[in-house]
Design a binder for this molecule. Structure first.
Ligand code: PMP
Length: 362
């Protein structure tokens, strides 16, 4: 270890030193089916209109910290009930960080079923919080309600995260189970609806029905991942406090103008979502035909599958060598051993993926 590494190691908290950075592979030149992006760009006339709208941006000024029009548009487009308030984040990643900064302190526990979205654990640990992961049922990745309730009783978590649908498994937990968790949790329950456009199920209309529920969403999976805009809906009592921690200018002017514009063009984005839902079914059916693959039901824009007769890391590398990038979940181990996750792409991309996989599986 160098002298400087020693110095850094002495100064920083051990939990930070022990973290591994969130790894994003270089995807240049690949058919990119690894990151739950919408593969469709905007029609040319829409791009021209968008660029025209961006002329109104004033990059010399700080952005509008209130974003009232954007919030109103998001509420309308997402069925946020009257009386609920919104917190905006630089992606929902930042919302997770804001929530956890608000509860951070000694002996504070954060709880989520696992496997799930890795940033809940990553951010909790980076802030020095205790993170408890409760295993999902191995058979179908459903919630193990008894185990969840027992863990909640034992650990009294400040925050419970429930991804609905869950990433990387793609399934929706039972709404009745979530209600039981809401009733049992002593703290806040965050229902993370990142994949709402693909799920046809939501707690958003009921967000004010439970005094410990907040619902988080993002524009990323709808097709605006590059803009970085996530939001949290809930009672003003929660949102007002979280808003104090938000950095005042976290939503930059280009994001605000672009998101307002995109909300005016929702029919275009909804049309893309309809294509992806159709193609999710086609892709799942193609995968299900392969001998030696278990395909998990998906209510999101990706499909998890397990290789029963082949080695997932080898198939991942072979797909990559053929120019196709998917997510290799095998290193996570446990129930994700031998699992890969493929994002639904364009029909051509999906077809190419299926053809290459067919050749690899023999
Ligand atoms: N929640 C879940 C369940 C996710 O899968 C993701 C992205 N993979 C996010 C939140 C974060 O989304 P973003 O920061 O792009 O809003």
């Amino acid at each position: 270890m160098s002298g400087l590494d020693n110095k850094v190691g002495k100064l920083l908290r051990p939990e930070v030193l022990a973290l591994s950075a969130y790894h994003v592979p270089d995807a240049k030149g690949y058919i990119k089916l690894d990151a739950m992006e919408n593969p469709y760009s905007w029609p040319e006339d829409m791009v021209a209109e968008w660029l025209e709208r961006l002329r109104g941006a004033e990059p010399n000024r700080y952005p509008d910290p209130a974003c009232a029009d954007l919030k109103a548009g998001l509420c309308q487009a997402n069925g946020v009930p009257a009386g609920a308030e919104l917190l905006l984040g630089n992606g929902s990643d930042e919302i997770i960080q804001i929530i956890l900064m608000a509860v951070a302190g000694p002996e504070v526990t954060i709880l989520a079923p696992e496997p799930t979205f890795v940033m809940y654990r990553q951010i909790a640990v980076s802030l020095g919080l205790r993170f408890v992961g409760v295993p999902l049922r191995e058979a179908d990745f459903g919630l193990d309600l008894d185990a969840m309730l027992a863990a909640i009783a034992t650990h009294r978590p400040a925050v419970v995260f429930l991804a609905y649908p869950n990433n990387p498994t793609g399934n929706l937990f039972e709404a009745a189970d979530i209600e039981r968790i809401l009733a049992a949790a002593p703290g806040l329950v965050v229902v993370d609806e990142a994949y709402a456009p693909y799920a046809d199920a939501s707690f958003m209309p009921r967000v004010l029905e439970f005094d410990n529920l907040v619902v988080m969403r993002t524009l990323s999976k709808l097709g605006l991942a590059g803009l970085r805009l996530g939001f949290l809906a809930g009672a003003g009592a929660w949102i007002g406090q979280f808003d104090k921690i938000r950095l005042p200018y976290n939503i930059n002017v280009l994001t605000r103008i672009s998101a307002e514009f995109a909300l005016e063009k929702l029919p275009v984005l909804d049309g893309q979502v309809r294509c992806l839902l159709r193609d999710r079914a086609v892709l799942a059916a193609s995968l299900a035909q392969f001998d030696g693959i278990r395909v998990y039901d998906s209510r999101a824009n990706f499909i998890l599958f397990k290789l029963l007769k082949h080695d997932a890391p080898q198939i991942f590398q072979a797909l990559k060598a053929a120019g196709i990038l998917v997510k290799n979940l095998h290193p996570a181990g446990g129930p994700l051993a031998q699992c890969l996750r493929v994002t639904v792409g364009t029909p051509e991309e999906n077809q190419r993926f299926v053809e290459v996989l067919r050749a690899l599986l023999g």
